[in-house]
Design a protein around this ligand. Structure first.
Ligand code: ARG
Length: 536
């Protein structure tokens, strides 16, 4: 149920009755339940415009609202706020309907969109590391929420699988195959990358081979391509195992790497040239964007093709955006990518709009997130200063959480403690991310994320376990009994549950699955409790 819209409609008509039609009502869910369920803040602004006394006007609005079927009280407060309380029978009715609805009372979007979400998107020339964690978690949450609301979500894993490093990696793979060690080496990808780089830096003949492979790869040499495929497959298998551990929805079918756009790059650049959007600048093809001026007032240079004909990250993103709009028929594009790429996306979208590849009715949004910091305030690294591998981080989460579980329940069998430790550890890592403002940097701190107090995963999971046990003890109940709300806490719970759809809409609109909004994702749990509490 869209509770907010229901209440807003009542307030709109009270505004109209009071002669204030057209003024913004500014309706908000109340922050403090002692004062009411909702608060209207729009009367003051309207009074100022109409040159009327705000409190008197607020009283007129409140009087009209008193006739509403869904509002039980409307009280004027402060300089002209109106505090509302919703009729308990209306809430009870909503809960009753939700109880018997397999979709939890949430309506499917009346205008379902095709939403392409670009997330995770690691560079395959590296093992997955903590830098990929936020994109993966936030992107997957958005995928789930938008799907639940009835949109058609197309996940796209824009892996970096193309470019000069791959010549080096393929050359190294060949050398290892010749030595009969390829499988062994591929078993530890991080080591593989490191060894390839060392060889590249130290062995000139190898470096030459590597460069020759890049050329062969880009000109479509079958043999080199086959080797490249072998390497990419091993790397993707690794990524997929991480996704599985994280419980993500991403599958191999969602992979649409940079290489997939290879054939579209030149035509994309050519079209920009034909449209006069790109000019030759010192041999490179560049779009000068007046919208992004530097301190000296010069337009930003968005390079789409390098001197010598090579393509870049930006060229691929242009071809990719066209593909998402034209082939995937997206109405909305979300790019869940590090905040440090904000300028790239702003320029990309601007150029794409100018080229006519991003029609007005298609929304393109960079969904930025901040850097994961260590407790020392610097980007999260291992003690020796290396980037933290994602598998190591998840192992550590398991270990720490299992130790915690065992310390709280010394009698628990080891395998059970490990199982719970796994659930708690993974929950802690995911929730620590989602409970923070996504666009700012956040401090990754094991102690606070594994704490049983505060807004943490262990706290929620613990509450869930307690509640489940209460429910088990309570036994069965009468499905047909009607919901009656009498206690203040019951009404508050019902109100929170019925705001579920508003919260999901908010998450979907703002592409921000964070903190207080996420609390409501646990609503089936609250609802279960509620059913028991209210009916016994
Ligand atoms: N592979 C890139 C990186 O690791 C992220 C790609 C994001 N998606 C995109 N369409 N540019 O930074």
């Amino acid at each position: 149920m869209k509770l907010h819209s229901f209440v807003a409609a009542e307030v709109e008509s009270a505004f109209a009755a009071a002669g204030l039609a057209g003024n913004p009502i500014v309706l908000q869910a109340a922050k403090n339940a002692d004062f009411g369920d909702y608060q209207i803040n729009g009367v003051m602004g309207a009074a100022k415009k109409a040159k009327q006394n705000p409190r008197a006007l607020a009283q007129t609005v409140a009087d009209f609202l008193a006739n509403s079927k869904i509002i039980v009280s409307a009280e004027v407060a402060g300089p002209g706020f109106v505090n509302l309380r919703i009729q308990p029978s209306f809430l009870a009715h909503g809960i009753q309907a939700a109880l018997h609805d397999s979709h939890l009372g949430v309506t499917q979007s009346a205008q379902p969109q095709t939403v392409v979400i670009d997330y995770s998107s690691p560079n395959l020339a590296k093992e997955m590391h903590v830098g990929h964690l936020r994109s993966s978690i936030i992107g997957d949450s958005l995928n789930r929420v938008l799907t639940f609301l009835g949109h058609r979500v197309i996940a796209q894993n824009h892996v970096g699988d193309w470019g000069t490093q791959f010549g080096m990696l393929v050359a190294y793979l060949v050398a290892q195959q010749q030595a009969g060690r390829a499988d062994l080496e591929l078993a530890d990808l991080e080591q593989f990358y490191r060894n390839a780089k060392i060889r590249f830096d130290e062995d000139d003949a190898f470096a030459d081979t590597a460069r020759a492979y890049v050329v062969k790869l880009q000109s479509g040499d079958e043999q080199v391509l086959a080797l490249w495929k072998q390497f990419v497959a091993a790397s993707l298998k690794h990524a997929q195992s991480v996704y599985q551990r994280l419980g993500l929805k991403l599958t191999e079918a969602d992979v649409m790497g940079e290489s997939a756009y290879n054939a579209m790059l030149q035509p994309t650049v050519d079209e920009l040239i034909n449209k006069g959007l790109v000019v030759d600048s010192e041999g490179a093809k560049v779009a000068f964007l007046d919208e992004f001026k530097n301190q000296d007032g010069e337009p930003a240079a968005f390079i789409v093709q390098k001197k010598g004909g090579g393509f870049l990250y930006a060229s691929t993103d242009l071809a990719c955006l066209r593909y998402r709009v034209q082939v995937l028929q997206a109405n909305r594009l979300l790019y869940v990518v590090d905040a440090r790429q904000s300028l790239h996306f702003a320029e990309l979208f601007t150029l794409a709009r100018k080229a006519g590849w991003l029609p007005e009715n298609v929304r393109a949004e960079h969904v930025p997130f901040g850097t994961m910091m260590g407790k020392d305030g610097k980007p999260f690294k291992t003690r020796s200063g290396d980037t933290v591998k994602l598998v190591d981080l998840l192992d550590e989460a398991d270990e720490r959480a299992t130790a915690l579980v065992r310390s709280k329940n010394p009698d628990l069998a080891l395998d059970e403690a490990q199982h719970i430790g796994h659930v708690v550890g993974l929950g802690a890592v995911k929730y620590a991310d989602l409970s923070k403002n996504r666009s700012s940097d956040y401090v990754f701190d094991w102690d606070s994320m594994l704490s049983f107090e505060g807004n943490t995963a262990p706290y929620l999971q613990y509450a869930y376990t307690r509640v489940s046990s209460v429910l088990r003890k309570a036994g069965c109940f009468d499905e047909q009994a009607s919901v009656v709300l009498t206690e203040a806490a019951e009404k508050q719970l019902a109100l929170a549950l019925l705001q579920f759809e508003d919260v999901l809409d908010n998450v979907a609109q703002s592409a921000t699955p964070i903190s207080w909004q996420l609390i409501y994702i646990n609503w089936p749990l609250y609802l279960a409790v509620f059913m028991k509490v209210v009916r016994f």
